[in-house]
Write a protein that binds this ligand. Structure first.
Ligand code: COA
Length: 387
């Protein structure tokens, strides 16, 4: 039997702290007017103490699992798309697996710049379609703020922190990804780069002095690439899906720059009402931007079961990816499979999800309490060992 990867749960996690354009006016030579007209950004979320790619991923995954009513122990695989892991080693995906309690899951981190989430979604679908896995979490997350040079006005106004996750589950009803395109234009690998800190130029006093541990970007080169690949790849995947433009209810592009999105929409002949834009409140959150925008689109009622949505990402590498997805978060109701009257399906699901969310929250509180209780014992043991 053919299997399909259906998104059944989703959740986002963003830091509470907000940095507005007006805040930036007090830090560097810039203006709210310049940032808004050139990028569409008004504010962005910035991670506070203790907030990292791992913690945001865990929160987003917990919400996605609670929404789908799935236990962490049922998850087969976790893919975390990010360019800003907590540590270079170990993979942040293993930390997420541990903190989530997804004891039976395989886990890996996927690095494909801002395109990472779409690469991850396509990869997850392949695992489900081959029958290897039934439940896969895909996370897009970034903690970019520590790697941004807050004295460089050409980059620091653009980026923000955040994360979001989706759960894909195996289904025998035709749904999920209908067509996709993944690409890489490796000749432009240096257009978006942390020059120092990797094995090519290990971290040193010189790297620090030259500020090479911070993100550098050739903005114009990226802009041209993004506008072209967004237009071409969306055209290609819509054509490959066998759908018409009228069948597409929403396009969710990577939120890099409102001007790139508007330019591509104009070239595609798609009205902006069909394009999801939330860059004004988040800035460019790289691999997190598409799943964050997906969560908001659902919250705002812009996606209905049965709709078709196009995801399109582009970024460091330079890479790009696009996919057409059939949005059907709940199994289409078939009377023969369901003993209750169909009208009861939705309320029953809501009650089940509410019970599950309460259980997840209670478990988290219990874990916190247990850790707090253990703290003095651990400290005592450390003292004894030290002595
Ligand atoms: N505030 C005020 N002025 C700024 C500024 C800022 N934050 N940043 C740059 N400027 C200045 C420049 O110094 C330049 O001044 P000059 O003309 O005196 O030399 C002027 O504004 C124009 O700079 P330019 O780089 O040509 O602006 P732009 O219109 O290309 O916009 C970006 C810059 C970065 C917003 C734009 O190139 C972009 O969005 N590129 C794509 C970036 C992207 O998507 N990256 C992530 C990929 S995933």
């Amino acid at each position: 039997m053919k299997r399909y990867g259906r998104i059944t749960g989703w959740g986002k996690a963003v830091p509470e702290r907000i940095l507005t354009n007006h805040d930036l006016e007090g830090m560097i030579d810039t203006s709210d007017e310049w940032i808004v007209t050139r990028t569409g950004i008004r504010e962005r979320h910035i991670a506070g103490p203790g907030e990292t790619s791992a913690t945001m991923s865990v929160e987003a995954c917990q919400k996605a699992l609670a929404h789908a009513g799935v236990d962490p122990e049922e998850v087969d695989l976790i893919i975390v798309a990010t360019s800003t892991p907590d540590y270079l080693c170990p993979p942040v995906s293993s930390m997420v697996q541990d903190q989530l309690g997804a004891t039976h899951a395989a886990a890996f981190t996927l690095v494909a710049g801002c395109t990472g989430f779409v690469y991850g979604l396509v990869t997850a679908s392949q695992f489900i379609e081959t029958g290897l896995y039934k439940k896969v979490l895909v996370v897009g997350v970034e903690t970019l703020s520590p790697g941004v040079d807050w004295t460089d006005r050409t980059t620091c106004v653009i980026f923000g922190d955040g994360g979001a996750a989706v759960l894909l589950e195996a289904s025998d009803q035709p749904t999920g990804i209908l067509s996709c395109e993944l690409g890489s234009q490796g000749k432009d690998w240096d257009a978006l780069i942390y020059p120092g800190g990797g094995c090519a130029k290990p971290f040193s006093e010189k790297v620090l002095r030259n500020r090479e541990h911070y993100l550098r970007m050739d903005g114009r080169r990226v802009f041209k690439f993004a506008a072209r690949t967004m237009t071409d790849s969306v055209t290609n995947v819509v054509k490959a899906s066998g759908l018409t433009w009228d069948d597409i209810e929403l396009i969710i592009p990577h939120q890099a720059n409102a001007r790139i999105i508007e330019l591509a929409a104009r070239r595609l002949g798609v009205p902006m009402e069909k394009v999801m834009v939330n860059i004004d409140r988040y800035g460019n959150t790289s691999a997190a931007s598409i799943p964050l925008a997906l969560c908001e689109a659902v919250e705002e009622g812009r996606l209905e079961p049965g709709d078709h949505v196009v995801f399109v990402g582009f970024g460091a590498g330079l890479t790009w990816a696009a996919a057409v997805l059939h949005w059907q978060p709940e199994e289409a109701i078939r009377a023969e499979d369901w003993p209750l009257p169909a009208s009861l399906f939705r309320p029953v699901t809501q009650v089940r999800n509410a019970v599950w969310s309460t259980q997840v929250a209670a478990r988290a509180r219990l874990q916190d309490a247990a850790m707090a209780a253990m703290a003095p014992i651990n400290a005592w043991q450390r003292r004894i060992r030290g002595g």
